[in-house]
Design a protein around this ligand. Sequence first.
Ligand code: CP
Length: 303
Amino acid sequence: MRHFLDISQLSEDDVLKLIARANDFKQQSTSLSSVMAMYNDYTVANLFYENSTRTRISFELAAKKLGLSCINFDLERSSVSKGETIEDTFRTLMAMGVDLFVLRHQENGIFNRLSSICDSVHLINAGEGNKAHPSQAMIDMMTILEYKKELSQLKIVVIGDVKHSRVAHSFQQVCALMSVGELVFVAPPKWLPKEMSFGRMTSSLQDGLSNADVVMCLRIQHERLDTGDELDLDTYRRSYALNAATLKLAQKNAIVMHPGPINRGVEIDNEVADGLQSCILQQVKNGVFMRMAIFDRLLSLRS
Ligand code: CP
């Protein structure tokens, strides 16, 4: 595997191996000093054309824990403001010896454009338009498997702005690959996509939440709403917010997830976000280890 771009490039075995490797790093069952000795000549560049806290910092921490040098590309102070194309930015950094590129970009298809000039380096998708966020999907699957063992027996519900969410898209791919029992997307009609290749869609929160084992909330993707997609936040909140009362519809031992950033008081209330069933910070923690596993996978298969 040269690049890590989409869940569709992975098999079920790949997913399980990445999760096992991430757990090795998490449980410190792999000697980091030997891994660092293998990887300390490599340099990773983090290029975020959209804002990020979790993804950017966890890729940086993951790189540093593996002994890689890490450059955080400063978009505001870069020559992008002078008209440099992304292709030329990549060519420039490749000429300087960057080996791995972690890229977040608003354009669907940006990785197809770049992969033709990146055959000697590794590209990692850290968020692509509304299309894909594959490392987040891997983190979410890793987290679910920490709490729930039988994926085929699970009901997972994803509530929120499904239509504009790259997290939802990659998550349904990984759920399909791992044969999750039931996947339900809940959103107001205008925030449901025309189709999903796996799982069913409903606008009824009660239908979605009823007996769910895993409840994932999504934030409203304000930056990707088209004209006509806007919805009054109070209206949304009244019908779709996850709070102590609505969470009671799910199984008693349901876990609550959110890829972040969370908008407290909109899609999720404090009592649930900070409650005993919340795994939100566990997802964040797992992000570092899963991203270590992704770097390790790309570098260990390097030909
Ligand atoms: N989940 C996620 O992508 O968060 P950030 O935007 O903070 O990276």
